[in-house]
Design a protein around this ligand. Structure first.
Ligand SMILES: [Zn+2]
Length: 232
């Protein structure tokens, strides 16, 4: 059990460091004001229009780093700062969320798969750890039948969250790539502004990478407990 807390603590520490770095990067690039004077909302509107998307609305949503694309009502939701401000960080986020809208409009397969997994993961992730734990309590590690099957069922449930976190990676990297390609091709930003947007998006992607690695590590730990970790 102590190794589990070290693992969880290590992952929590790394994800805290990366999200802190992300926040400081966003703060830094919020100071890089756009020469074209466009707000995040205006950039989003233009990117959607340039991609021939006319049925997606750009709206403002409260909070910080709350930006997201909602496929169910086709809205690009930008946090107040991103919606109103005219800087490299806002441009990056606005274009990234539009990248998701373009994925949706073009039925990008990883996004489709991710959307299908959402209702499953919502159910499994809340109880998978308890099911594995219950199976172990019932004697899974000793190879006792019923407990073993309960634990394996728990691991399968747990792996849904891991698969979800892995599928999230191409979805997020692709949205950023679409955003950066558009910003570059349409000459939206100066060289310095573009470099800032690129760096901000790179750090945003790293938070998803850390989450995926954490999910794999957690799954591996519990699999080891079920399939023989207790024998060492
Ligand atoms: Zn995204």
């Amino acid at each position: 059990m102590i190794r589990y807390y070290i693992l969880i603590g290590g992952i929590a520490l790394i994800s805290w460091l990366v999200s802190n770095k992300l926040k400081s990067k966003f703060k830094k690039y919020s100071q890089v004001h756009l020469r074209n004077g466009m707000s995040g909302a205006e950039i989003a509107e233009k990117m959607l229009a340039d991609n021939g998307i006319r049925d997606v609305k750009v709206i403002s949503t409260p909070g910080m780093l709350t930006d997201h694309y909602n496929p169910s009502n086709k809205t690009v939701n930008l946090s107040e700062g991103v919606y109103n401000q005219r800087n490299a960080a806002a441009a990056a986020v606005a274009a990234h969320e539009c990248g998701h809208a373009v994925q949706h409009a073009t039925a990008y397969q990883w996004l489709t798969m991710r959307s299908k997994l959402v209702p499953i993961v919502n159910i499994t992730s809340s109880m998978s750890t308890w099911v594995v734990f219950g199976g172990l309590a019932l004697g899974a590690a000793a190879g006792v039948g019923f407990g073993y099957y309960v634990a394996v069922a728990g691991l399968v449930m747990m792996s849904m969250a891991t698969i979800f976190s892995l599928i999230t990676l191409p979805v997020e990297y692709d949205a950023s790539n679409r955003a950066l390609a558009w910003l570059k091709n349409k000459n939206m930003l100066s060289q310095e502004e573009y470099a800032g947007s690129e760096d901000a998006l790179k750090w945003a992607a790293r938070t998803y990478l850390v989450a995926a690695i954490g999910s794999i590590a957690t799954l591996a730990y519990w699999a080891l407990q079920v399939f023989g970790g207790s024998r060492d």
